[in-house]
Ligand binder design. Structure first.
Ligand code: AHR
Length: 500
């Protein structure tokens, strides 16, 4: 049977904030060292940044880049990461049982963002695991104060005359997780986040602050954590964070394909919790959502990997290789974010290079695009504008985790020029899905492009040996006549249909 929906330009969800296409660089494994930064690599520039990676990062279209962690930030001493490189200390990174050399630090991160180009923006996390208000203020003064104080002058002495102008700050990372160095209860964290936020606003009332929400909807403290933290911080922060990773467990691919069902319910439950606290406080303010870690991650393999480490520098860690199936789920997660663009105004794909990443590199060797690179790059390029309210009428299939799930997962974005892009996933592993879209509002007459990511082998992937095995292909036969779009979505496929 056919899946259907209606597009009407009058019915919108909200504007897409460019920050929805953020990513994440953590000092973890080879994300930084031999990922974005590798002095001596044939493509490295004078600062040691890999220009082959920079080119791919630009092509990917990422915006806000969260840094320096992740779990790493709960041991982060910002002052170790600035000043002359040869004087920077080597430290134990207890989160990842690795040795941190600090050769890449704050100034190098800002230089990396500048080289990406005008769309890239810093999103800096402060350490609220093993540090507190004072160190957050010191970092903010070093980074953002123009000149004339000890720390701002120190930045200038280190060679950065211009302040970094960091607007967006994360108040710690995953503080609800028992694995977090300096893990806290919701009450403890809520107070610390509130006091840190208040102090940071004393330096600059214009900073935008993200309080830590839950590390996942499955956390035992989920929702109570958000309610408690927001009760302390409601007037002081702008965002609450969400993190979610998905993988097929016990070989249950059908549930894995419907992972976005969980992601959408997570978003809706956090919105409900934020608004509940707002209602109790009789506040007119709305808290936005920063989905600042999301991805497919074969996490069940990671614990043993980390436990076996004996403090190496930049080990191979979390280097998941992504199949076509993974990319289809990944595309569906992007659709989930777009469908909630009214409240999810920041999102960060975790992570950017080598570590559960769309871009892979080999030390001294090439860089290449994983399968997940393509849905992200297409969404970041064509998913700009206003999200239209898409309510699908779709055939369903049975999943163990979510019961009946729609075979079609879709959204649509209307650009400023009036063109519309439909993003759609067919979750069926075996059957093509006929799609019919009625265009009630937008005055569109032709299909510019129908691109699909699908493969006869759903396990196909791009590797060092075969880096261009998988890429999107053009689909023929998609038509737009008399206000009706007709397409066929291949089994297990991610689709981008552009209409003008
Ligand atoms: O992205 C990998 C890790 O996942 C991050 O360090 C942490 O915040 C999360 O648990």
């Amino acid at each position: 049977t056919t899946a259907r929906f209606t597009l009407d330009a009058a019915f919108t969800v909200g504007d897409v904030n460019p920050r929805l296409f953020g990513s994440f660089v953590e000092h973890l494994g080879r994300c930084v060292y031999t990922g974005i930064y590798e002095p001596g690599h044939p493509s490295a520039d004078a600062e040691g940044l890999r220009t082959d990676v920079l080119d791919l990062v630009r092509e990917l279209g990422v915006t806000a880049i969260r840094y320096p962690g992740g779990n790493f930030v709960s041991g982060y001493r910002w002052e170790d990461s600035v000043g002359p490189v040869e004087e920077r200390p080597r430290r134990l990174d207890v989160a990842w049982r690795s040795t941190e050399t600090n050769r890449f630090g704050l100034s190098e991160y800002i230089a990396f963002l500048k080289k990406i180009g005008p769309g890239a923006e810093p999103m800096m996390a402060v350490n609220l695991g093993t540090r507190g208000v004072a160190e957050a203020l010191q970092l903010q003064e070093y980074a953002n104060h123009p000149a004339g104080t000890a720390l701002s002058d120190l930045r200038i002495a280190h060679g950065d005359k211009e302040p970094f102008g960091i607007r967006l700050w994360c108040l710690g990372n995953e503080m609800d997780g028992p694995w977090q160095t300096g893990h806290k209860t919701a009450e403890e964290y809520g107070r610390l986040a509130a006091e840190t936020a208040r102090a940071m606003r004393q330096i600059d009332p214009g900073v935008e602050l993200v309080a830590c929400g839950s590390s996942g909807q499955g956390m035992p403290t989920f929702a109570d954590w958000e309610a408690t933290v927001l009760t302390e911080t409601y007037d002081l922060v702008d965002y609450i964070s969400l993190h979610a990773y998905y993988e097929p467990l016990d070989g249950d691919v059908d549930s894995f394909l419907a992972s976005a069902v969980d992601m959408e319910s997570f978003i809706e439950n956090v919105v409900a919790t934020c608004d509940h606290v707002g209602a109790k406080l009789k506040s007119k303010k709305k808290i936005d959502l920063s989905f600042d870690e999301w991805n497919v991650w074969y996490q069940s393999r990671t614990d043993a990997e980390v436990g076996a480490l004996d403090w190496p520098e930049a080990p191979r860690l979390l280097e998941d290789s992504y199949s076509v199936t993974d990319a289809v789920v990944f595309g569906s997660l992007l659709i989930a974010l777009l469908r909630h663009a009214d409240r999810v105004t920041v999102a960060c794909l975790a992570q950017l290079v080598n570590v559960i990443a769309p871009i892979m590199t080999e030390p001294g060797g090439p860089a290449w695009r994983q399968t997940t690179f393509f849905p992200f790059a297409q969404a970041a390029r064509y998913g700009r504008g206003q999200v239209l309210d898409v309510r699908v009428d779709s055939p369903t299939y049975e999943t163990k985790k979510y019961g009946q799930a729609d075979l079609l997962h879709a959204t649509a974005v209307r650009g400023e020029d009036g063109t519309v892009t439909v993003f759609a996933v067919n979750r069926s592993r075996t059957e093509p899905l006929p799609l019919e879209v009625t265009l009630a509002g937008p005055d569109l007459t032709r299909v510019v492009e129908h691109s699909a990511l699908a493969d006869a082998d759903p396990d196909a992937r791009n590797t060092l040996a075969d880096p261009e095995r998988v890429a999107p292909h053009a689909v023929t036969g998609t038509t737009l006549t008399g206000g009706t779009l007709t397409a066929t979505l291949e089994p297990l496929s991610w689709n981008v249909i552009r209409l003008a």
